[in-house]
Design a protein around this ligand. Structure first.
Ligand SMILES: [Zn+2]
Length: 385
């Protein structure tokens, strides 16, 4: 199946009332496993590459300094992997840019083969956010690519976008934003937070989603609502990592109950990144603990050293640089690297499988209309979407 834009999947999520998880990928093996687990549950899938993840996939170990060219290369690497594994999967798959930081980053992703992009203008004043988002919508929609915007500021850290306190989304402004920009989806601030330290017992302001959803339907506007920073940070995985010598402190996610309750209130897309990172990190620590001879392996010993040097971290991007060729192209040169790839794949299956079931997207693949980018661009042009 060819990749589809975000729009038809969000339409199905609204009509049939299920939550759709969106999962970040930073390596070919991760993309493969995310697709396989959705396939297993007959769920539609959204794979996300964050702006800087594209830089990483473009071969930048120091992905924070990725250039546009790195991002373009990385976007191509991710898109190629997703197309390869998605082709015969029988499920609709969206490849979405997470937190595009500017117009050029969005363009690099679109040219690389992404079918949906997020432009994050949330740190700008409202009018400038509208202006920037509208420009991206113009470019993206002309190619049948969907767009997600963001309004309101989330606390926490995501790829260097940092904000100290949370400013909740004003529902009136959200409706105005949809009207003025034509975005397909909007990330709102309603109590979630990026990262693995969200604080204890977070309660979501679900009434914000209800208010926006209600007003949109009165205005006859289609708009999906997106919940960022929605990792659940499973306690058992954090405990396992720390039992294996990790030093993770103050790790709290959003409870699955809170997230599930947000779905009938109008949340359609739920972004999860940290859960996968944690599961993959635990698997790698476990592997080196179980098979000490791997600690000095010529091909993956470097990963062990990084795990030992950075015990308070859980982002696989920090640990995987010794096998960049595998990260970028999926090549598996020997059995030791294969063992790491297995850690990545099992981590994805565990973290993602749970959420496909909890959010209710299992079995929904046949309900999503298969719309090509060409057809989608026609619909956007005619104002039918
Ligand atoms: Zn986010």
């Amino acid at each position: 199946m060819p990749l589809i834009p975000l729009r038809p999947l969000m339409e199905a999520a609204v009509i049939y009332g299920f939550g759709q998880g969106a999962f970040n990928v930073n390596a070919v093996a991760q993309a493969k496993a995310v697709i396989e687990v959705h396939q297993m549950f007959r769920s539609p899938a959204i794979l996300q590459g964050a702006d800087l993840a594209n830089g990483f996939m473009g071969g930048r170990r120091d992905f924070v300094n990725a250039t546009l060219e790195d991002k373009r290369t990385g976007a191509k690497n991710i898109a190629e992997a997703v197309r390869t594994y998605g082709e015969d999967s029988g499920i609709p798959i969206v490849l979405h840019l997470d937190h595009g930081r500017d117009y050029d980053s969005c363009r690099a992703a679109i040219e690389g083969g992404y079918t949906s992009v997020m432009i994050d203008g949330s740190s700008l004043p409202f009018d400038e956010n509208v202006e920037l988002t509208r420009e991206v919508v113009k470019l993206a929609h002309s190619r049948g690519v969907s767009v997600e915007g963001e309004l309101g500021v989330l606390a926490g850290m995501e790829d260097q976008v940092f904000s100290a306190s949370s400013t909740y989304t004003n529902p009136l402004k959200a409706v105005e934003f949809f009207k003025k920009t034509g975005v397909d989806a909007l990330a709102i601030s309603y109590g979630t937070m990026h990262g693995a330290s969200k604080g204890k017992n977070v309660k979501l302001r679900k009434e914000i989603a209800v208010a926006i959803r209600e007003c949109l339907s009165h205005e006859g506007i289609f708009g999906a609502l997106v919940s960022h920073g929605s990792s659940t940070v499973p306690r058992y995985i954090v405990d396992e990592i720390n039992a294996l010598g990790g030093e993770l402190k103050n790790t709290y996610g959003i409870s699955i109950e809170e997230l599930k309750a947000a779905i009938p209130c109008g949340i359609n897309k739920i972004n999860v990144d940290t859960d996968i990172r944690l599961a993959v990190t635990r698997n790698m620590k476990e592997l080196f603990h179980k098979y000490p001879r791997l600690q000095t392996s010529p091909s993956i010993g470097g990963i062990y050293e990084l795990l030992e040097a950075k015990k308070d971290q859980f982002d696989p991007r920090v640990f995987l640089p010794p096998i960049m060729d595998t990260v970028m192209k999926g090549r598996i040169p020997d059995e030791d690297v294969a063992a790491i790839v297995d850690c990545v794949e099992r981590g994805v299956r565990e973290a993602v499988g749970i959420l496909i079931v909890e959010f209710g997207s299992f079995g929904k693949a046949p309900l999503v209309e298969q719309v090509t980018l060409e057809e989608m661009s026609r619909r956007y042009k005619r104002g039918q979407a």
